[in-house]
Design a protein around this ligand. Structure first.
Ligand SMILES: Cc1cc2nc3c(=O)[nH]c(=O)nc-3n(C[C@H](O)[C@H](O)[C@H](O)COP(=O)(O)O)c2cc1C
Length: 202
């Protein structure tokens, strides 16, 4: 199978002045030339969907939606072979805009792997643990490795004006002798290839 794996990086915050742009843009830059990968950054700001209000579950809507923005969202997500979700932590969980975006679709997510990037005072771990359960219900396959960014990452962008993403995220490529991004990508791509082959033969 020589087709590229299509990865959508979903930026899961629309907050003014959001930190989330930093890790999303950094990962995009790091993997845009990764072998065998076709990557796109998908910003929820570009998909201002209403709160979910459909009369039936998206599991029964055959990917046909009453709202044009939701239809555009569906068309984008169904292209993917794998996802990287970049999530903030708000009040011990993930963002409401991300949950709404996930709830609006169903088959578009299914049988595809997802890796999470989280940040916050507990390194985004609580938000990511909650997202894993949501992903499983959507028939996604969450990978075990995730990328956790400490509160210090966020504070550095406030305190050290002009700090570049290359300086900020260097520990993700060489922290304690481990290339965390490479380990994360190996896990995501292995799972994406296995699931893509399975979807194509189903
Ligand atoms: C409404 C709100 C609730 C928050 N709750 C938490 C929290 O429970 N845990 C945490 O680690 N950080 C929390 N924070 C701090 C966020 O992690 C921090 O503001 C981060 O920058 C948010 O991501 P964003 O800038 O990409 O939107 C909260 C921030 C906001 C605005």
């Amino acid at each position: 199978m020589d087709e590229k794996i299509k990865i959508k990086i979903i930026l899961g915050t629309i907050r003014q002045g959001r930190f989330g742009e930093r890790p999303a843009n950094w990962i995009y830059d790091q993997i845009k030339s990764w072998e065998g990968v076709d990557v796109e950054l998908v910003d929820l700001k570009d998909y201002p969907m209403p709160f979910f209000d459909a009369p039936t579950s998206p599991a029964m809507m055959n990917m046909q939606y009453p709202n044009q923005v939701v239809q555009k969202w569906s068309d984008k997500i169904k292209q993917a072979d794998a996802f990287i979700i970049v999530s903030p932590e708000y009040n011990h969980g993930y963002s409401s805009v991300l949950k709404n975006a996930m709830d609006w679709l169903f088959p578009e997510w299914g049988r595809k792997p997802v890796g999470f990037v989280g940040y916050g005072s507990a390194n985004g771990a609580r938000a990511i643990e909650q997202l894993r359960g949501v992903a499983i219900e959507l028939k996604m396959v969450p990978i075990s490795k995730s990328i956790h960014l400490s509160w210090e990452f966020i504070m550095k962008t406030w305190n050290e004006k002009g700090i570049s993403n290359a300086e900020l995220f260097a520990p993700l490529r060489n922290g304690a002798g481990t290339d965390h991004l490479a380990v994360f990508m190996a896990d995501l791509l292995w799972t994406a290839r296995a699931l893509k082959a399975a979807r194509q033969s189903a």
